[in-house]
Design a protein around this ligand. Structure first.
Ligand code: UN1
Length: 515
């Protein structure tokens, strides 16, 4: 199946990829200069992929500097046309690329394709943006002066992505950055190098055909060798990184030390509040998708559920029923259309899941459903059961403050809304949040300055599955960055304030006379 997909994506015979059928595979798999990509659904290797070292990284940056020097002078609407063509190619290849995401990241088919759709959507958005990189004009205090601001590209934008959105997050960054006139240097997760190669090839093929090779360079390497070199590199003015808070702190430290810019999209510990007026059927459906979708491996996954005590039993009953049917028959091979829950990415994630479940029990939590490793149809992959854990009556459950990248939902009871909001805001992360309520007062309280402290706050919608049109990101340890829609494009540009004098004789600001 992989052969055919690589063929459809135009990556068959790619020089970096060695498939298991190849005589060179055994040696490559043992070499430190290769990484082996595995299918988490089966535990079997998909391919060995050659790694870049620091020297290869440096050559790529040298070449990218040259590409940037001409790309920045291409008009923004022309850059938009390149992006339009790239979006069309992703549209055409949505199915095979989605399936590659399924094979390598373990996402179900709908979610693999949904990710490619995010790239298509951001490309559509960016085409419009290519004629709207607006700057302001301001009235000058001096006669015969004009003041305005204009936006220029930054240069080389370094993009570091995680395994869980191996294609879309590249798209949000690179497509916007390209329209803004930058070259985007991508360092993908070593868990999903095949998706990275295919994604980069699609974009690069289209851009090259239009006369612009080298806009989307890719470096595949270890954090120690390539990651550290990249974040310290003053030729890379902006590092946009998605991943753990631990990684983000390292990136912020090193980039901050050289006074570079960062755009960070880090961990989430997202809560849903359900108030007494909520439509419980709607809430059940939305919470189930947000808590178990992508096997709990989205940064926007719902990890905590804060329910008014008057509806808690009824809601939990509905959720347990929904989980029962999922756990009974819908966990399995993500490439099968009937599957709802695929595998976790690897054994380390399974260990993290088991650790969190055990810790929750020790801390007084009660497992209402799930809590175990799953073995669907004897598949060799890394599967777990979606899990609901009821916090003790004190609501004191320290493990719930950590982001465990797995489908575990902790349930808390509350009496009044401000107490629920305080509980929601009590964690270190601040990415996404939601309230289910038919009360205008409750919803508006939740959205007020005294409400959710997150970058995303939804009403009667789950915490995950954001559209690309909004700015995406969060506060506190989530890192403060905003990607994707709205005016996030500004992060990829530098602002220049311009004052033009077209009169006679020097006039100074603040009415100063000099000489
Ligand atoms: C992530 O998990 O890093 O809002 C991004 C969502 C997706 C993006 C998630 N559109 O769930």
């Amino acid at each position: 199946m992989l052969d055919r997909i690589l063929q459809d994506l135009g990556c068959a015979g790619h020089s970096r990829i060695i498939l298991p059928g190849d005589a060179r595979f055994a040696d490559a798999a043992k070499s430190v200069r290769y990484v082996v990509s595995e299918n988490p659904a089966t535990g079997k290797p998909l391919a060995a992929i050659s790694l870049d070292d620091a020297a290869a990284y440096s050559r790529t940056v040298d070449a990218s500097v040259k590409v940037y020097e001409s790309w920045r002078m291409v008009t923004a609407p022309e850059r938009g046309q390149v992006v339009r063509a790239i979006g069309d190619e992703f549209r055409r290849l949505k199915e095979p690329l989605g399936m590659l995401i399924t094979l390598e990241a373990g996402k179900i088919i709908a979610e693999g394709q949904g990710e490619v759709q995010e790239v298509v959507d951001i490309a559509d958005f960016a085409v419009g943006l290519s004629r709207q990189l607006y700057g302001l004009t301001m009235p000058s205090e001096r006669p015969n002066h004009r003041m305005l601001e204009q936006w220029h590209p930054l240069g080389i934008v370094g993009v570091i992505t995680a395994f869980n959105f191996p294609c879309a997050v590249w798209g949000w960054n690179s497509i916007l950055a390209a329209v803004c006139g930058n070259v985007t240097l991508w360092k993908p997760s070593l868990l999903t190098p095949l998706v990275a190669i295919a994604t980069q090839q699609i974009a690069d093929r289209v851009a090259t055909k239009m006369g612009y090779p080298g806009l989307f360079p890719l470096v595949i390497g270890t954090d120690a060798e390539v990651g550290e070199t990249m974040i310290a590199d003053t030729r890379v003015p902006l590092i946009s990184a998605t991943g753990s808070c631990r990684m983000g702190k390292r990136v912020a430290g090193v980039v901050g030390q050289r006074l570079g810019r960062t755009l960070l999209e880090l961990g989430g510990n997202n809560a849903v509040i359900v108030d007494p007026s909520a439509d419980l059927n709607l809430a059940t459906q939305a919470i189930t998708f947000a808590a178990v979708g992508t096997a709990g491996q989205r940064c926007t996954t719902t990890r905590r559920l804060i329910v008014h005590e008057s509806v808690l039993d009824a809601l939990v009953k509905k959720l347990v029923t929904a989980y029962e049917s999922i756990n009974a028959s819908r966990i399995g091979d993500p490439s099968q259309p009937s599957t709802l829950i695929g595998p976790l990415i690897n054994q380390r994630s399974v260990d993290g899941y088991l650790h969190a479940v055990n810790t929750a029990k020790q801390q007084g939590g009660t497992v209402l459903i799930g809590g175990k490793v799953a073995k669907p149809n004897g598949l060799g992959g890394t599967y777990v059961e979606p899990t609901i854990i009821r916090a003790p009556a004190s609501n004191d459950l320290p493990i719930s403050r950590e982001e465990t990248f797995a489908p575990i939902l902790y349930v808390f009871a509350y009496k009044d809304l401000d107490e629920a909001i305080a509980l929601q805001n009590s964690v270190d992360q601040g990415l996404s949040s939601a309230i289910f309520s038919d009360s205008v007062k409750a919803a508006e309280r939740f959205l007020s300055a005294a409400g959710s402290d997150c970058g995303i706050a939804n009403v009667n919608i789950g915490t995950s599955g954001a559209e690309i049109g909004g700015a995406f990101g969060g506060e506190k340890e989530t890192g403060g960055g905003r990607e994707s829609g709205s005016d996030s494009w500004r992060a990829y540009m530098r602002r220049q304030t311009v004052t033009i004098h077209y009169g006679v004789g020097l006039k100074l600001a603040q009415g100063i006379t000099f000489g």
